[in-house]
Design a binder for this molecule. Structure first.
Ligand SMILES: NC(=O)c1ccc[n+]([C@@H]2O[C@H](COP(=O)([O-])OP(=O)(O)OC[C@H]3O[C@@H](n4cnc5c(N)ncnc54)[C@H](O)[C@@H]3O)[C@@H](O)[C@H]2O)c1
Ligand SMILES: [Zn+2]
Length: 361
């Protein structure tokens, strides 16, 4: 076992090892997961990885369509339908095998079916392995906004097999890697340096390269959520890059960027603000920009109107009682949450990234 995470509903283990998918049954037994186990996966993941999970359960897998647009209550309803038809009772558990969309959706179904049955998260994207599978946030989108419907439902166990990442499209892999870099910037210079030093091996999905960076990211996320399950204090630091990142995603209608790509831009904005304030050395911002550039091109932002980004930032749901909490890096491996960042500072930082001022009219 890699680590144990404390949550208000008890402790759960995060297990990680290359090849763990093939040992799933034994792990579930060890974790005392109820005997009736229902796999929830999506058609893409199942096509690639069904054979890794043979023998895990006698129940038919519940296969969902693939895509963020299916992360909604209708899809949750399909999970309920399958469970009710199979007469799943309280001695049942869901085994969520997939990326963040699948884990959030299946997790929400588990949180609400019979007022809650256990869910085991088996994340298959890098983002899900380092982020969404840990922490207990589950939920779905509403037609009027992302992640508006949800619950806290910590997993009964998290099982991470880096081999599963071998089939992940390169762009998805890269999107997850920006979140790893985020953990490095907020909490661990060694993690940041390790990513920079092992980039080719990481892109080759070499398990020896993946193991230390995935495990370190999980440790950071687990430590933060353990201290602050409901995002009032230190959990906010996980939002580095997400203020401008969410705004970029929203302004481009969630079509242009993978979430991690928008976060990459968002981290550059935050670093720029910090350097301009004199709270971070320019050399650290350069190191961040260099690593992000080394990972390959990001979708263009030159045509995204700055005023629309600013407008979206002020609508960010993370604004509590009119205060915009902004996570600013102070160095590689350190950050602070401040609430006095002005619109002008954000605008200036955006202009360094979007030099040809795009104006909407
Ligand atoms: N709960 C949380 O704390 C939390 C945190 C961050 C993000 N999220 C959520 O996570 C979601 C994004 O998750 P994501 O980035 O994993 O996207 P995703 O779940 O859409 O997966 C990306 C794509 O990769 C495919 N895929 C998954 N595993 C694969 C594999 N091993 N091989 C080949 N293809 C594979 C998926 O089918 C999908 O097409 C968003 O909905 C976001 O809101 C939740
Ligand atoms: Zn994120």
């Amino acid at each position: 076992m890699l680590l144990e995470v404390g949550s208000r509903s008890g402790r759960y283990g995060v297990n990680m090892e290359p090849g763990l998918a093939g040992k799933l049954s034994a792990l579930l037994n060890d974790a005392r997961i109820p005997a009736r186990r229902f796999i929830v996966s999506n058609t893409t993941v199942w096509r690639f990885h069904e054979s890794a999970f043979t023998g895990v359960t006698a129940e038919d897998p519940i296969l969902l369509p693939d895509g963020e647009r299916f992360k909604n209550l209708q899809t949750v309803g399909r999970i309920y339908d399958a469970l009710i038809r199979a007469r799943a009772d309280r001695a049942s558990a869901l085994i969520a095998i997939g990326g963040g969309v699948l884990g959030d959706t299946a997790g929400f179904a588990a949180a609400t079916y019979l007022r809650g049955i256990p869910v085991v998260q088996v994340p298959t994207t890098l983002l899900a392995q380092v982020d969404s599978s840990i922490g207990g946030k589950v939920g779905v989108n509403h037609a009027l906004g992302k992640n508006l419907i949800g619950a806290f439902h910590p997993p009964a166990a998290v099982i991470i097999d880096p081999i599963l990442l071998g089939t992940l499209p390169r762009r998805e892999f890269r999107a997850g890697l920006y979140e790893v870099i985020k953990y490095g910037v907020i909490a661990s210079a060694p993690l940041f340096q390790r990513v920079a030093a092992t980039l080719p091996a990481l892109f080759n999905r070499d398990p020896d390269a993946l193991m230390p960076i995935v495990s370190e990211s999980c440790r950071i996320k687990a430590a933060v959520v353990e201290q602050d399950e409901h995002e009032t204090g230190i959990r906010r630091t996980l939002n580095l890059g997400h203020t401008a990142g969410h705004a970029l995603e929203a302004v481009t209608k969630y079509r242009r960027f993978r979430h991690g790509e928008a976060v990459a831009y968002g981290m550059l904005v935050a670093a720029e603000i910090a350097v301009a304030r004199g709270t971070m050395a320019a050399a650290d911002r350069e190191a961040l920009a260099t690593l992000i550039a080394k990972m390959g091109p990001l979708p263009a932002i030159a045509d995204v109107p700055i005023d629309e980004i600013l407008e979206a930032i002020t609508h960010d749901k993370k604004i509590v009682a009119g205060q915009l909490h902004y996570v600013l890096p102070t160095r590689l491996g350190g950050c602070e949450v401040v609430s006095d960042v002005t619109k002008t500072e954000i605008e200036r930082a955006l202009r360094t990234l979007i030099p040809v001022a795009a104006v909407s009219n």
